[in-house]
Design a protein around this ligand. Structure first.
Ligand code: NAD
Length: 264
């Protein structure tokens, strides 16, 4: 492995277990020399995340629920007190009530719309602001999005609307922080079998459909998403900001399934 991340410190938010996209990113960054801090949401996830964090020598493992802004502030206060500055930040957090990740988007409730937007979109703006304050030598941050933001995917519903807003916020934040040499990008991943992914109705069928129809005829691995994150968060990506980068086996480029698919 390289020394691409040697001497760089950063925060990873969104590891729930070893299937999490955030974990694929974290272990890749660690393998290339990064020093990591993790957050976890609640004690049940904390128990799962602890051995993962230990396995990459993380110094900080901090509780954080983005619905509780005091817990967000506490995370960044701890990093400021101990590290003084950070170099990168990964936001891999999303949530919507699974009872609304099926059926019609039009049936989304006011309560779940607000909660989905807060956790899946605005939490990035709030954490990015705090992360940027600690990026006194410049830095790079990413969030995770999905192609349901710009094109309709069955059942993705309000999450698609939140991801569209998240992608727009990436462009605005990139513009705000560009003068400070802080880059802000999104990785748009193809479907991955995670806890959050399983919340979308018929997730398995959509996963298999993309496997059959994406140009690469497969889905993407956690390591492949980690590789893209390494590019975005290291100096390799130093000219890139405000981007939404697809890591999806090319699925976003096609406009029709394979003809064989139509004959089955
Ligand atoms: P995951 O379930 O492993 O991770 C989701 C994380 O969000 C969990 O760690 C959970 O604790 C956290 N979270 C939810 N609500 C929170 C809150 N209030 N406060 C703090 N943390 C909270 O699933 P994942 O698929 O790895 O999801 C990570 C990101 O990747 C999400 O933004 C998701 O939308 C995005 N994404 C997922 C896929 C996929 O197919 N799985 C595809 C593209 C993008």
């Amino acid at each position: 492995k390289s020394n691409l991340m040697a001497g760089k410190r950063g925060l990873i938010m969104g590891v729930a277990n070893d299937h999490s996209i955030a974990w694929g990113i974290a272990r890749t960054l660690a393998a290339h020399g990064a020093e990591l801090a993790f957050t976890y949401q609640g004690d049940a996830f904390g128990k799962r995340v602890k051995p993962l964090a230990e396995s990459v020598g993380a110094k900080h493992l901090l509780p954080c629920d983005v619905e509780d802004i005091a817990s967000v502030d506490a995370v960044f206060d701890t990093l400021r007190d101990d590290w003084g500055s950070i170099d990168f930040f990964v936001h891999a957090i999303g949530f919507s009530d699974r009872s609304e990740l099926k059926g019609k988007y039009a049936d989304t409730s006011r309560e779940n719309f607000s909660r989905t937007m807060l956790i899946s979109c605005f939490s990035f703006t709030e954490t990015a602001k705090r992360a940027a304050e600690l990026m006194t030598n410049g830095g790079s941050m990413i969030t995770l999005t999905y192609g349901g933001s710009t094109r309709v995917m069955p059942n993705y519903n309000v999450m698609g609307v939140a991801k569209a807003a998240l992608e727009a916020s990436v462009r605005y934040l990139a513009t705000d922080y560009g003068p400070d040499n802080i880059r802000v990008n999104a990785i748009s991943a193809g479907p991955v079998r995670t806890l959050a992914g399983a919340g979308v109705a018929d997730a398995r069928q959509m996963y298999n459909y993309q496997k059959r129809n994406a140009p690469l005829r497969r889905t993407v691995s956690l390591d492949e998403i980690g590789g893209a994150a390494l590019y975005m968060l290291s100096d390799l990506g130093s000219g890139v900001t405000g981007d939404v980068h697809f890591v999806d086996s090319g699925y976003s480029t096609i406009s029709m399934p394979r003809l064989e698919e139509l004959r089955v």
